[in-house]
Design a binder for this molecule. Structure first.
Ligand code: PLP
Length: 430
């Protein structure tokens, strides 16, 4: 495959944009370096790059894309919003409509607020929890990425872990001291932390299904125990559903496990591909937020008509009967194909999958927490990533990221991908 135009664009980008990318996870640092592929156009399950190469896309823009790229219903909503003016700075009817849709699909949301990113959404839930409980410390789980605000870049996974800088520079010690990290799926560790810091913990921040050291489900009873222990300690449970909301079902992960947090942060899919975040929760907690309460949060772009229209259109598409079943079937087929080829070519790996999202970990053993994910074989992943890219399969350039299917992927795409996996494994065996 010829990548020469991508390479030229990357050389140019390096002159003007720090590291050549506007988000570090887009760099190919974790897969041997060099120029990332520059995409020019996307439609359905496919990408076309600036050199004219076509790819089947499993990046899904790191999660937001579930309907397939340029879905006509969403595209129409966005162009309608564009011709009506994209930003008013006043409330609009669309915000009410979208807030009602979210509340109907996620019952724990009694009140919501729209922001512009997942980072902002999680950041504000932490502030509101601190305001509500009058406490400062938070507990998070090792390797879970919750955006790039100071408090959560303490032992974070995803991008920071990929780059080998789990703690970012520029974060004051005093901020890090207010964050306690415990291993995911380890209720004893949480109990110990709550015992030590009990009356200082404002909130426990949880990704109910981890998406940032691959897809890792909670063990049976884990989320229920988190709720029970956290509430006993007088703290709030915050769910970061930035990846999980509308990814596995029409609604959130909390419904899949029949457990309710006090607050929920969302993003990604709910923007239909445009910038968005949202947070919500119990009414008395949410009423801490300005203008009703003392916890301040604002945003020039928050609730903008284009993001609202795209989000509403995306959720309308996702209401179609049988859609999550289709994602599950495609995911199951892909998982089975990868495992079969791995057995055939004696490549040690495991696959964690839920519905249309999966992660392939090279190495032995199951992955239920960050330490295990970290120990998986990054070099084999990097080789695999390159071999797949060369065959027109676009994966996220990190062993920690998920493959995201969309409703635009077809059985044929999955067959083609499994064929590419086979060829990659053949090469890896040599
Ligand atoms: N929370 C989770 C679980 C995420 O995966 C991410 C982004 O990947 C964020 C929060 C931050 O969202 P954003 O990149 O929109 O700020």
């Amino acid at each position: 495959m010829d990548f020469s135009t991508s390479e030229a664009l990357h050389r140019e980008a390096l002159e003007h944009i720090v590291g050549g990318v506007n988000s570090p996870s887009r760099a190919y640092k974790a897969v041997g370096g060099g120029a990332p592929v520059y995409m020019e156009r996307a439609e359905g399950a496919y990408f076309w790059d600036v050199d004219g190469n076509k790819y089947i896309d499993y990046l899904g823009a790191y999660g937001p894309i579930i309907t397939g790229h340029a879905h006509p219903h969403i595209a129409k909503a966005i162009s309608h919003a564009a011709t009506n003016g994209v930003l008013y700075g006043t409330p609009t009817k669309l915000e009410n409509e979208f807030a009602k849709m979210l509340k109907q699909s996620i019952p724990s949301l009694e009140k919501v607020r729209f922001v512009n990113s997942g980072t902002e959404a999680v950041m504000t839930t932490v502030r509101v929890a601190r305001a509500y409980t009058n406490r400062t410390k938070i507990i998070k789980f090792a390797g879970c990425y919750h955006g790039h605000f100071d408090a959560v870049l303490v032992e974070a996974g995803s991008g920071p872990a990929t780059l080998g800088t789990p703690d970012s520079a520029g974060i004051p010690e005093s901020v890090a001291q207010d964050v306690i990290t415990v291993p995911f799926n380890n209720i004893e560790a949480l109990k110990q932390a709550l015992d030590i810091w009990e009356d200082q913990i404002a909130a426990v921040l949880v990704e109910p299904i981890v998406g940032n050291f691959g897809i890792v489900e909670p063990k049976e009873g884990f989320l229920q125990a988190v709720n029970e222990l956290t509430h006993q300690a007088g703290a709030l449970v915050i769910y970061d559903e930035v990846i999980t909301a509308f990814r596995f079902t029409y609604g959130s992960a909390q419904q899949l496990y029949d457990v309710e947090p006090d607050m929920t942060a969302m993003g990604k899919i709910i923007g239909g591909g445009l910038p968005i975040g949202a947070y919500g929760g119990k009414k008395d907690i949410m009423e801490q937020v300005a203008p009703l309460g003392p916890a301040y949060q604002a945003g020039t772009m928050a609730g903008n008509p284009a993001s609202m229209a795209a989000g509403i259109a995306c959720l309308e598409v996702l209401q179609e009967e049988g859609l999550y079943e289709k994602l599950d079937q495609l995911g199951k087929k892909l998982e089975a194909g990868i495992l079969e080829k791995a057995r055939q070519y004696e490549i040690p790996l495991s696959v964690n999958r839920l519905c249309g999202a999966l992660t392939v970990y090279f190495g032995e053993g199951e992955i239920t927490n960050y330490d295990q994910a970290e120990a998986s074989d990054g070099e084999s992943f990097a080789t695999f990533f390159r071999l797949m890219l060369e065959q027109g399969i676009n994966l996220a350039p990190s062993k920690y990221e998920a493959w995201f299917l969309t409703i635009a992927h077809t059985e044929q795409d999955i067959d083609d991908t499994i064929h590419a996996v086979e060829k990659a494994f053949q090469q890896m065996q040599l």
